[in-house]
Design a protein around this ligand. Structure first.
Ligand code: 26Q
Length: 833
């Protein structure tokens, strides 16, 4: 092979790109598996439970990704085309093996290879730990985006943090949540490639100074800093059967060699090693707070660390391949900010362009504000990120200078548009004044971006009318909606093999990359044979979930009962409590001798460790469950299960088995939801409020196939101020009985007081979540759902129509929308030689 003369390539590239591809056969997989297991990992005896089996399979699969990865990298980095960096503090990837084999198209071959050794590929999958580098919706969305971008051949690189400890594991002890560290790297992580050659230096501390450069210009410098090394670890992201392999690049913090060299020299060796630790702390642990809870200094360090390392990496990459010059930088680079968590990138790009590359303010601002795009994921005002100015001054003095300057210029713009409107200036200022001045990160993100999007129609509308109203008035053209989705490769093809096969038998396999094809199932919704097959798949999935529940909780559940499921982070606005109220109501009815449709209520989710009320909700669920499950009168009629340690892998078993999907947040609080889409895709019917993407789900499936209840956003708004939960309870006998049971201590005998706070919150006129307001309509909608469930044919039809209408909730559609309206990327063209 001729060595490439391209200056970026060195003497020549190795043959990986030219050599014939590795065979994708069972024989070849078996050979490579044997090689890795025996020669590389040095193991001899095959034991079903061994982690080395899993590792050897990964290495064999990874070899096949590696050549495609190199080709994709070549095609994207050398092409003088626009690319996107998706900046996110979270990527909730889950397990990677099944998805990689599916996308490579070698699941059957691998399974065949292992079966020749008497091994079951399913057991090997089970050996993999979840990569849990995220809290919930926002992190999992980022992971689904990567899968869709690779499948659509879009040049998108994910940048995140390689936390040593991901999302904590949840154990339930006497009904209480106990957190345990997730040491996911302990047995090694065979997917990643450390790329020490691309390490970057990130500054902290020190001070900001002004000097005059050789040409007489005033310049700024950040000096006396404590530097930390950012080391990238790359994870391959294969597209679906298209030979594309994109990259997720995760940064790990490490002490620089020069880290506090002074201390070494001063002889305080131990102190120097200790400060080394301080550097490495930055990427030690994921903050487990979905929504709210702000202000930890280490979290700010994480944010800046990610932003700085990733931007430097993109600048490096650009200059290596395309030489110096910034004229077309904003045409060739887009940074999508996953919420405000990486929003500090706005100021950091300004700093790099001015202080490191000597650009003037105006040119740097032009580039920055044309390359940044911001996605908002929340409507809760208390969840908007703010950082104390004082903390910035200590940690990032030069960045604070720049934010002040951005703000000063922005305020000039406001006063030109609205002369004398000082209220507006105060409202919109990036700095919230007060005894402890704070930086409003969302405002920094909006000012510094050319695009601001919400994640569902309703959410985007509420952003324009509420939270960001002033900014919408100023820059209406920046605002847009991108309704979330989920990847059907993981959330249908991989996790629900039975349904996937049934669907493919009827309509072919194109839905795997074009989910709107599922519409063709509508034609079979009245086909008796098809319905029967549909039911039998669902029953099989329920049996499988029942086994998982038995394994995790020791409880036996009845797969013939209605599986009523709510799994998501525990938060007051998501109203797991409303679900509990309904469970208690059913319990009460059964005790009174009413006939009910047999039901298994399954609730799962983690509470932020510092969120006391959410933890009490978990305790409440578990206490109610204990009483219900122990009551012989409930036998075969009602069960309540708390599913412990809910995570991505759990959802892969849960969503195929659900009959009823609970999406019951207070209207106007859930930005979108994505679990709702996974359930719908797998044939669950939704019971839900008009919140987030539920609105669009209901539109797509039709209101006769959706159990709607509760107040809408306008009604909630109207009720505030005159909300009187006590009156609501008093006026409703069922509700009164439920509250009486709860308040009588029936569910906390010998634990007096433990449920007080939770129960009282329902009676509180200032209850922001207005749980009592929706009790009656929820109970009625639940009764309607139970009634529909007893009509087996009708229910099956609803189930089929839900799957059939789920086409637009694919992240393939979401990514096309981002690309058409924000990024404007050309698909990657692999060289065919
Ligand atoms: C805040 C401060 C300190 C540390 C961590 C955090 C933090 C971490 C995670 C704040 C928020 C999050 C995650 C938010 C989230 O997952 N939001 C969800 O995003 C989904 C994807 O758009 C939506 O579907 C959900 O509606 C939204 O709640």
């Amino acid at each position: 092979m001729a060595a490439k003369t391209d200056k970026t390539a060195g003497i020549g590239d190795i043959e990986l790109l030219q050599a014939p591809s590795l065979p994708m056969t069972a024989d070849a997989m078996l050979e490579d598996f044997t090689h890795y297991f025996g020669r590389m990992l040095g193991r001899q005896t095959i034991r079903t439970k061994s982690p080395f089996l899993y590792q050897a399979v990964v290495f064999a699969a990874r070899d096949r990704l590696m050549e495609r990865w190199a080709k994709t990298r070549n095609a994207t980095e050398s092409a003088d085309r626009c690319r996107v960096a998706y900046l996110s503090l979270e990527f909730l990837m889950g397990r990677l093996l099944r998805n990689a084999l599916l996308n490579l198209g070698i699941e059957d071959e691998t399974s065949e290879a292992l079966s020749r050794l008497g091994l079951d590929l399913e057991d090997v999958y089970e050996r993999e730990q979840d990569t849990g580098l995220g809290n919930g919706g926002l992190g999992r969305l980022a992971a689904c985006f990567l899968d869709s971008c690779a499948t659509l051949r879009l040049p998108v690189i994910g940048y995140g943090i390689r936390y040593h400890y991901g999302m904590f594991h949840q154990r339930i002890e006497n009904g209480y949540q106990v957190e345990e560290p997730d040491s996911w790297l302990r047995e090694g992580f065979p997917w990643e490639i450390e790329r020490i050659e691309y390490a970057q230096t990130v500054h902290f501390g020190g001070r900001s100074t002004v000097y005059t450069d050789a040409s007489g210009k005033t310049r700024h410098a950040w000096v006396d800093t404590h530097d930390v090394l950012a080391i990238p670890f790359d994870i391959p992201i294969p597209g679906y059967k298209n030979d594309i392999v994109n990259t997720l690049r995760l940064w790990s913090a490490s002490a620089t060699d020069a880290f506090d060299l002074n201390q070494f020299n001063a002889g305080s060796y131990a102190d120097a090693v200790a400060s080394q630790n301080e550097a490495e702390n930055i990427t030690m642990v994921l903050y487990p707070n979905a929504e709210t809870e702000n202000g930890q200094e280490l979290r700010l360090r994480q944010q800046y660390f990610l932003a700085s390392a990733s931007l430097q990496d993109q600048l490096r990459n650009r200059f290596e391949h395309h030489g110096p010059g910034f004229d077309d930088f904003a045409d060739k680079h887009c940074f999508q900010l996953n919420d405000t968590h990486p929003a500090i990138a706005v100021a950091e790009l300004m700093r790099l362009l001015m202080d490191e590359y000597s650009l003037e303010w105006d040119q740097a601002w032009e580039i920055t504000s044309k390359s940044m795009a911001y996605t908002n994921h929340t409507l809760l005002p208390e969840a908007l990120e703010m950082w104390p100015v004082a903390m910035f001054r200590r940690l990032l003095p030069r960045i604070l200078d720049i934010i002040y300057e951005i703000n000063a210029r922005f305020i000039v713009e406001i006063s030109q548009r609205w002369p004398g409107d000082n209220d507006r200036i105060q409202r919109m200022s990036l700095i919230m004044e007060g005894s402890e001045p704070m930086i409003r990160m969302a405002y920094l993100a909006i000012v510094g971006s050319f695009s601001v999007n919400g994640v569902a129609e309703l959410h985007s509308k509420l952003l324009r009318e509420g939270l960001f109203r002033d900014f919408y008035e100023l820059w209406p053209e920046k605002f847009n909606n991108k309704t979330n989705g989920v990847t059907q490769r993981r959330w249908l093809a991989a996790c629900n093999k039975g349904l996937a096969e049934l669907i493919t038998d009827k309509i072919g396999e194109d839905w795997v990359t074009e989910l709107t094809q599922l519409e063709e199932l509508t034609a079979y919704a009245d086909d008796a044979e098809f319905r029967k097959d549909w039911r039998s798949v669902k029953l099989g999935n329920k049996v499988k979930l029942a086994r998982a529940i038995q394994k995790k909780t020791g409880l036996e559940v009845n797969p013939g009962s209605l599986f009523d499921v709510q799994v998501k982070r525990i938060h007051e606005y998501k109203r797991q409590l409303l679900n509990v109220l309904h469970a208690v109501h059913l319990y009460d009815r059964i005790r009174r001798g009413d006939e009910v449709v047999p039901r298994t209520i399954i609730i799962g989710g983690k509470a932020a460790p510092g969120y006391e009320m959410a933890k009490s909700v978990i305790k409440c669920i578990n206490n109610v469950a204990r009483v219900i499950n122990a009551d012989p009168a409930m036998d075969g009629k009602l069960q309540l299960i708390f599913y412990p340690d809910y995570n991505v892998s759990a959802m892969e078993i849960i969503c195929p088995a659900a009959d009823l999907s609970e999406q019951i947040s207070t209207a106007g609080k859930e930005a979108s939801g994505t679990g709702n889409m996974k359930f719908m895709m797998n044939g669950a019917v939704t019971i839900g409020t008009l919140d987030g993407a539920n609105v669009e789900i209901r539109e797509a499936v039709g209101d006769e196939n959706f159990f709607l209840f509760g107040l809408n956003v306008d009604e909630i708004k109207e009720l505030r101020g005159q909300y009187d939960p006590r009156a609501i309870i008093d006026a409703d006998e069922d509700f009164r009985r439920v509250i009486n049971l709860l308040e009588s201590g029936h569910f906390n005998r010998f634990e007096s007081g433990t449920l007080n706070a939770v129960i009282q919150s329902i009676r509180e006129p200032s209850d922001p979540w207005m749980t009592a307001a929706d009790f009656r309509s929820f109970v009625d909608a639940q009764a309607a759902a139970a009634e529909a469930y007893t009509d087996v044919e009708r229910w099956t039809r609803m189930s089929i129509l839900n799957t059939a209408s789920s086409g637009r909730f694919s992240t393939d559609r979401t990514m096309r929308d981002y690309n058409d309206e924000i990024w404007r990327l050309e698909p990657i063209e692999l060289k065919t030689t």
